[in-house]
Design a protein around this ligand. Structure first.
Ligand code: HEM
Ligand SMILES: [Cu+2]
Length: 574
């Protein structure tokens, strides 16, 4: 039975306190979710403009005619704006979609529920972290409208491009970009403290660390990785800001600075950041796979240890982004080896996932389809990562479309497939209603097929030599024979983007009109399903107790094929 949240809201709160400046982790989680979906739309539209330009260079982009000069001339985008598109697309997708969706949205909503707590450890800090993030998003979007336009030095912000406005023609845009990143980092530092404190100190009686759902482990690992890696980049960002505004020369070679120093500071953060995204994405599907296979997660402890091992290793691989940067060549092999080493824990996690679904009683619901999609796509991303991790291959493939294909296979799998798996799975808990299965499956088909048609052929483009971050491939004679592939990819990208319409319709329609979900529509074991859907402020009517592992499906000695964590054994055996 869905419970009206108003009847359980406790003290009467004004509209503003209940929905806008709420300290309820569930409202904050939804705020992150809505904002990240909005930003995904923006990021997707930027990708559409890039792809159009790559397929039909310097022709008017349908729908872009309204963009004023000097950014676009009747819909034709000039090279400077193309640079801004690449930069802002990457920045938005990584920092303003992936993190708010997987950590801000799912993490905030789920951690207190999954550990049986009534809210986050620091609810006000939680609210502050959302509004800091909101401010960051607005600063970032505002940068499109300042003179010179938005940042255009790549999402990695390499100097000297980022340090010297005369190289890009962008002045304020890059300063605002740095400010937006600083605000977003502050926001997620606050969030990380909250996540860790809540998961460690507010667990329900009986919920030992080794009974935590894997999603909580993954969110904790991600929070630790983020908090330990972001410091050097914040320092680097301040130095870069000084280079830009105060005439210092930390990174500008012509003034005696060292651009490689920025690359080290950036990637010491930038590589672990990928795991900040990846781990919660994998965490989401680790919840979905056992529920719809009706089997326990295979190898719970090895998965936890693998996540910790991958987190530790993530700090000593960063220079694999710099094999061709001119750093000391003696660093190349050590970083190649650590990079390939990191495939061991991830292989283990993938094998555990396959073993989990192996011979299960699979239920092909929409969340399950997206979870299986994540798995398939992530395997391709992981395997191609081994190519790029080995320096000799990377020297050939570096900065080609092969790299673009590789990182979309890993990031898209975690963020989009994993994120959708999570949204479809937890939507009934969030809104008390089920999403439509038919629309969900149509959405999955378009996303899965569309995705592979976009990024699969990009491996070929890269092997054929197409560089990334170029404005017009037709400028190079040796790339001309590949142009039909570019056109094909762009058509597929348009299909992929249009394929998101069924989701948008489904999401908003189901929020108000979907079938009522009840407490536990999927017959899942974890604690969030013990609370009403949607849970009232304070979450549980009575504080839950935990008796079992989160994955007791099809256990001997039970009459049902599930065994909720919150039910003692006597009750569930008839
Ligand atoms: C509709 C789906 C998407 C399409 C069609 C798309 C397309 C593109 C294109 C054409 C580029 C420029 C490649 C280059 O020349 O370097 C790019 C870059 C990038 N994309 Fe995507 N993308 C999509 C979704 C995503 C998602 C979901 C993420 C991450 C969560 C992502 C992260 C990035 C990053 C980090 C870059 C690098 C930006 C840079 O070089 O500064 N993209 N994408
Ligand atoms: Cu890396």
């Amino acid at each position: 039975m869905a419970v009206d949240p108003h009847t359980h809201a406790g003290p009467h709160l004004s509209f503003w306190r209940r929905y806008i400046f709420s300290t309820d982790h569930k409202v904050i989680g939804k705020q992150y979710l809505f904002l990240s979906l909005f930003m995904a739309l923006v990021g997707g539209l930027l990708a559409y403009m890039m792809r159009w330009q790559l397929a039909w260079p310097e022709t008017a982009i349908p729908g872009a005619g309204w963009i004023p000069e000097p950014t676009a001339f009747d819909g034709v985008i000039p090279p400077e704006f193309y640079n801004a598109l690449v930069t802002m697309h990457g920045t938005i997708m990584v920092f303003f979609v992936a993190m708010p969706l997987l950590l801000g949205g799912l993490g905030n909503f789920l951690i207190p529920l999954m550990v049986g707590a009534s809210d986050m450890a620091f609810p006000r800090l939680n609210m502050m972290s959302f509004w800091t993030f909101f401010t960051a998003s607005m600063v970032l979007l505002a940068s499109f409208f300042v003179p010179g336009g938005a940042a255009a030095a790549g999402w990695t912000g390499y100097p000297p491009l980022s340090a010297d406005p005369t190289y890009t023609g962008v002045d304020w845009g890059i300063t605002l970009w740095l400010l937006a990143l600083a605000l977003e980092f502050a926001s997620f530092l606050m969030g990380g403290i909250n996540f860790l404190t809540t998961a460690i100190s507010m667990r329900a009686p009986g919920l030992s660390m080794m009974r935590l759902p894997l999603m909580v482990w993954m969110q904790m690992s991600a929070a630790v990785v983020f908090m330990l890696s972001v410091g050097p980049l914040i320092a680097g960002a301040v130095l870069l800001l000084l280079d830009r505004t105060a005439g210092t020369s930390f990174f500008v070679a012509t003034r005696g600075g060292d651009p490689l120093l920025w690359q080290h500071l950036f990637w010491f953060f930038g590589h672990p950041e990928v795991y900040v995204i990846l781990l919660p994405g994998l965490g989401a599907i680790l919840e979905v796979l056992p529920v719809f296979s009706r089997k326990p997660v295979f190898g719970y402890r090895p998965i936890v240890y693998a996540a910790i091992a991958a987190s530790v290793l993530s700090f000593i691989v960063w220079a694999h982004h710099m094999f061709v940067s001119g750093m000391n060549f003696k660093l190349v092999m050590p970083f190649s080896i650590t990079t390939i080493l990191i495939s061991v824990p991830f292989t283990l996690i993938v094998l555990a996932m396959i073993a989990t679904i192996w011979r299960g009683a699979l239920r092909f619901t929409t969340p399950m389809l997206f979870a299986l999609g994540t798995l398939g796509v992530f395997i391709v991303g992981g395997l191609t990562g081994i190519f790029l991790g080995s320096a000799p291959a990377d020297i050939f493939l570096h900065d080609t479309a092969f790299v673009v294909a590789h990182f979309h296979y890993t990031l898209f799998s975690a963020v989009i497939f994993g994120g959708f798996a999570g949204i479809y799975y937890w939507f009934p808990k969030m809104f008390g209603r089920l999403m439509n299965e038919l629309l969900g499956k149509i959405h999955f088909a378009f996303t899965f097929i569309g995705f592979n048609l976009v990024f699969g052929p990009m491996f070929l483009l890269g092997i054929g030599g197409q560089m990334r971050r170029i404005y017009n491939p037709m400028q190079y004679d040796f790339l001309k024979p590949q142009q039909p592939l570019n056109e094909f990819i762009t058509i597929a990208a348009i299909i992929l983007l249009l394929g998101q319409l069924p989701f948008i319709i489904n999401f908003f329609w189901s929020m108000f009109r979907g079938n009522l979900a009840g407490r536990n529509p999927w017959q899942a074991n974890t604690l969030e399903w013990a609370a009403p859907s949607p849970p009232p402020h304070g979450n549980f009517e009575t504080p839950p107790r935990v008796y079992h592992s989160p994955y007791g499906y099809s256990q001997p000695g039970t009459s049902e094929d599930w065994l909720p964590q919150y039910q003692p054994l006597e009750k569930s055996t008839a």
